[in-house]
Design a protein around this ligand. Sequence first.
Ligand SMILES: [Fe+2]
Length: 251
Amino acid sequence: MKTTPLANRAPETGAFFTRDRNWHPPAFAPGYKSTVFRAPQKPLIAFPNTLSETTGPAFGHDMLGPLDHDLIHNFARAGESAIGERIIVHGKVLDERGKPVPGVLVEVWQANAGGRYRHKKEGYIAPLDPNFGGCGRVITDAEGHYAFRSIRPGPYPWPNGPNDWRPAHIHLSIFGVGFVQRLITQLYFEGDPLIPHCPILNTIADEKAVAQLVAHLDMQNSEPMDSLAYRFDIVVRGRRSTPFENRMEGN
Ligand SMILES: [Fe+2]
């Protein structure tokens, strides 16, 4: 079987950064109703990372299908395409030292242009698009870059408060070099007026952390007469680095 060399599989030593729990939203946030039932009832217990946390499965580019990164076409009938505003979403997966992480599996799922998911428990009245499945995946290249094509998802209402709506968003799962780098997150779109009203985004205390979840319009990488582009960089946990010795030799 053909294998793809993945630079990020080179062994690095040292522990990963500890997660900053003030940056990430709390598990218990009553404004986001379902967290009340699923948040841990007891204090968390810290334990040291072992091989099972600092390693993970390796992904080769040859495991992907030709349309896995193209949600406009990967569920569509031959010669047809999904309805909606065509977009390209791209960016880099970086670790906490700003180092690109190659070989990372990025999986995405989203509602269609009307805000409806293809899911048997979906209850929203917006119609399904027969040509849109809503899932895709891509693996970062040697520079940590990923890109996928899709349609911009619609906002949708959800049963939380009396009239709560989700801003347009794309769900992402990032599978880095070890299980400690695993990240499940959501991407939002620059300028969406629903962002400040979202009970889920409002569980995040630091507005800079919210800003990091917003993809920015990227006209330079848009395709004329085809698709707008949005840039979204993703930061996963990196390994601690040894501080660089910058004292001049002989001093
Ligand atoms: Fe969603």
